[in-house]
Design a protein around this ligand. Sequence first.
Ligand code: EPU
Length: 422
Amino acid sequence: MDSFRIRGGARLEGSLRVSGAKNAALPILCAALLADGEHRFRNVPALRDVATMGQLLETMGLTVVQDGSVLDITSRAVNEPVAPYELVKKMRASVLVLGPLVARYGEATVSLPGGCAIGARPIDQHLKGLEAMGAKVDLDHGYVHVKVPRGRLTGAEVVLDMPTVTGTENLMSAAVLAEGRTTLVNAAREPEIEELARVLNKMGANVTGAGTDVIVIEGREGLEPVDHAIMADRIEAGTYMVAAAATKGNVYLDGVTFDHLEAVAAKMRQAGCEVEREGEGVRVVAEGDLKAVDIKTAPHPGFPTDMQAQLMVLMVMAKGQSVIEETIFENRFMHVPELNRMGANISVHGRTATVKGVDSLQGASVMATDLRASASLVIAGLLAQGETEVLRVYHIDRGYEHIEEKLAGLGATIERVPGASA
Ligand code: EPU
C-alpha cells in the first residue's frame, strides 16, 4: 500500500479548490437506481469510495462511467437487487442502495455491514423505518433480506431514535416511490441530506423539510433521470482549514459553502485563527499562539465527528488543555496513540480525550485505519519536526481527492511513495 512521506515545517499558503462531497455523492449515485435512463453527475470526486459505489451499481447491471469529475450512469432494471459482502465490507456506505432498491423493486438483499474501524454502527433504524413502511426484514447468514409483501412501500410516520445520516438518506430514497406520505421525525439535518433532497426533487419527487428534523415525502409513481452538480465537500474543506491553521498559514479555499462550516469556523476562531467568508469561499489565517478550546461532537449543526481528529491536532499545538468529547462513535480516537508517538500529550478516558498542548511534534512512522484519523496524521506530519511517514494511505484515498497534490500546491513537502498493492 502507498504511503506519504512528509517533511514538516512549511507554512501553507495559496488557494485551492475543494472537491465535490463524498458523503453527498454516495447516496446520490444510489438514487440513480430509482429511475431508468441516462443520469449525469458533475463535480463528483475521483475517490476510492465513489469507485466502489460505481462497482456495486455495475454488479447490479447499471453502466457507470467516470471521466474526471463527470460521472454518467445508465440505469436500467437490475439483474438482482443484491449488495454482496465483498463490496459492503470494503465500504459501509454500500448500505445506501437498500432504500432505492426496496422502493423500486419491492425487495433487496444487502450484506450487514458489521463493525468498522470507528465502531459497531448498526443499521437498525434503517430497517425499522422500512418495516414501518410495510417491509418484512429477515436476517440470514450475515445478509439482511427486505421484502415488501404487497410490492410497493406505503408511506408511514417514522420516528428515528437518533438522527442517523445514512438512515435518513435510505428512508428518504425509499419513501419517494412509496404510496402516500412518509414523515421522518428526528431526521438528520446534515447538508448532505439537503443535497440528496434537491436531487430527488429534480427527479420529480416531492420532499420537503430536508435540513430540518422533520422531513415529509409525498410518494410518486415514478421518477425521471437527473443531471446534477454535487456540492462541495465540507469535511475536505475543514481538513484544509485546519492544515492551514496548524502550519500558521494563509489559505483560501474556493467553492466552499461557508454556512456548512459554521461549527468548525467557530471553534477555530475561538482558538485564535482568522476564518472569514470571502467571495465564494473561505480564508484561514493563523499567526501567533493558538488557545486551547473544548470540543464536543454532535449531529449537524453541531461540531462534526468527521472533523474531531483534525481539530485535535490543532489542540496538540495550542497553549493549555482542551477536552474533546466524541459523542457519535464509540471508537474514534485511533489517531491518539499515533499522535502521542509524535510527542503529543493526550490521554483518553472513555469518549473523552484530554489534550495538553506541547511546543512541538517530531516526525515518525504512523498509520491509522480510519479516513479522518489518517487525515489528522497528515496534518501532524505537516507541522512536525523532520520527516513523517504516513502508512496505509489507502484510507485517505477513500475520501480525499489528490490530497498530496493539493497540499504540495500550497507549499507542503509531501510525496506519495508507491507500495506493494494491497
Ligand atoms: N446508529 C445506530 N443505528 C442505526 C444508525 C446509526 O445505532 O440504524 C448510530 C451509529 O452507530 C452512530 C450514530 O448512530 O453511533 C450516528 O451514525 P450515522 O448513522 O449518522 O452515521 P452514518 O450514516 O453511518 C455518516 C457518514 C460518516 C459520518 C457520520 C456522522 C456517510 C457515507 N457517512 O455515517 O462519515 O461520520 O454520518 O456524521 O455519509 C466519513 O466520511 O469519514 C464518515 C465516517
